[in-house]
Ligand binder design. Structure first.
Ligand code: FCB
Length: 447
């Protein structure tokens, strides 16, 4: 009997050992493959002076309504910014950079930069200031914006919802509420009917994961209180909302391309040999960065990738999961690491969905260690390498066209190609933006 028991124990031990080895080998291999920087084709041996992009590639700039328009009183952000201590320096958006009134001037400057596409968002609270009440004059405003772009041969990419929700919607529970999909669908239906014929490229939503982590985990954004238990419900509603919006726009215009824009930092383990870190990094990338795209993949025409930095996971610092890595690196502002190769890696990771990709945001603040010209050139090269390796990348949208209101960071974070004097509202193209204009002009980047 004793013997049988110990035999059993033995096989149990052996079984557990085998399982552990298999598990560890799987994750260490997987992580090693996934997180190693694979030298892109042509990285070393491309001898051409310039690297040419495919015809029709879109070189654009992006903005979001709340960050540039000014006076968006029907947004929950408006309430939020009135609260003491929420926004750095107590900055406010009463006037903001007044893109709402000065958009034509901004488009003239955009044409000076030779950009052929502009990504902007519609302010839901302007269009629907009260539940079920739509303001035709606001939709006329956006019609005029689209008309001004058309006159300049600039292709619009329109985001239906970029972080700012109407106050009435927030009061109804926002994305926590099961009615959220119904409300969003009514808004999208109205927009499709009124603006549908002027737009071919749509984004249903901007960075759902960043919205959730900044609002519900870090509490830096409305609702301003950490409530992780609400996250799974919000995620589910947002997935449904994307799919509903996708169907509505396609019902209206079957040719339209409808995508989703996601915050896509390059998540890696800080130590490739640390299996636990590899597992954590892999799981975060899979269950967080790829959460939405993997769930809507059959109902999306393209993926909008936002690349800003590499995010190293170190187990010693649990806060790294949701913030920056604190080891030595050149920063791009907002404590972000400068790591252009990460863009290539992220594009390779998203390639598995076999969908076209637009880089719908990428950008750097005014920062002396990584000048904007070097930043755009180096990142553009990585896009080129990804295209060479078979990734279907169709556009690159620099964030942002203008210096703007950077959410809880206020106006200090200056990402714009164009600076704005907040007193006089005078606009000036920054010298560091010329390199991007050169890339857009020749549809190529120096090697
Ligand atoms: C992105 C947001 C955008 C802006 C940039 C700097 O995550 O989509 O609104 O805040 O970061």
């Amino acid at each position: 009997m004793k013997k049988i028991l110990s035999e059993k124990k033995k096989s149990l031990l052996i079984g557990t050992g085998v399982l552990c080895t298999l598990f560890c080998t799987f994750f260490s291999n997987l992580s090693f493959k996934a997180y190693r920087y694979n030298k892109p084709v042509g990285h070393e041996d491309a001898t051409a002076e310039t690297l040419e992009f495919p015809d029709g590639f879109l070189w654009g700039a992006a903005t979001a309504s709340y960050q540039v328009e000014g006076g968006n009183k029907h947004s929950i952000w408006w309430e939020f910014e009135q609260e003491e201590g929420r926004i750095k320096n107590g900055d406010r958006t009463e006037v903001c950079v007044d893109h709402y009134n000065l958009y034509e001037e901004d488009f003239d400057l955009m044409s000076d930069l030779d950009l052929n596409s502009y990504r902007f968002s519609l302010e839901w609270g302007r269009i629907e200031p009260e539940k079920g009440v739509f303001d035709d004059s606001e939709v006329t405003h956006y019609k005029n914006v689209l008309k001004a772009l058309k006159e300049k041969n600039v292709i619009p990419m329109v985001t239906l919802w970029h972080h700012s929700i109407p106050t009435w919607f927030a009061e109804e529970g926002g994305w926590e509420s099961k009615n959220s999909v119904k409300y969003f669908s009514a808004y999208v239906q109205y927009v499709a009917e009124n603006l549908g014929e002027d737009v071919e490229l749509w984004l249903t939503m901007n960075e759902p994961t960043a919205y959730i982590s900044s609002g519900y985990l870090m509490a830096k954004w409305p609702p301003g209180e950490a409530s992780p238990l609400k996250v799974p419900g919000i995620q589910k509603n947002l997935v449904k909302a994307h799919k509903a919006a996708y169907d509505i726009i396609h019902r209206y215009d079957s040719e339209a391309e409808v995508g989703i824009a996601e915050y896509s930092s390059y998540v890696v383990s800080s130590n490739n040999k640390n299996i636990v870190e590899n597992i954590v990094a892999y799981s975060i990338d899979k269950s967080w960065t790829h959460y939405f795209v993997s769930r809507v993949r059959t109902q999306t025409d393209f993926i909008g990738v936002h690349y800003y930095y590499r995010q190293k996971i170190r187990l010693g610092l649990i806060k790294d999961l949701f913030s920056k890595d604190a080891v030595d690196f050149e920063q791009t502002g907002l404590d972000r690491e400068y790591y252009p190769q990460g863009l290539y890696e992220v594009l390779m990771r998203f390639d598995k969905y076999d969908l076209p990709i637009y880089i719908t945001e990428i950008g750097v603040q005014d920062y002396h260690e990584v000048p904007r010209d070097v930043f755009v050139q180096e990142h553009a090269r990585e896009v080129y390498y990804a295209i060479q390796n078979g990734v279907d990348v169709r556009g690159f949208y620099y964030w942002a066209l203008l210096d703007s209101f950077e959410w809880s960071e206020g106006y200090d974070a200056k990402f714009g190609l164009i600076s704005v004097d907040l007193e006089t509202l005078e606009r000036t193209i920054k010298d560091s933006s010329q390199a991007y204009a050169d890339i857009a002009r020749c549809n190529c980047v120096g090697n």
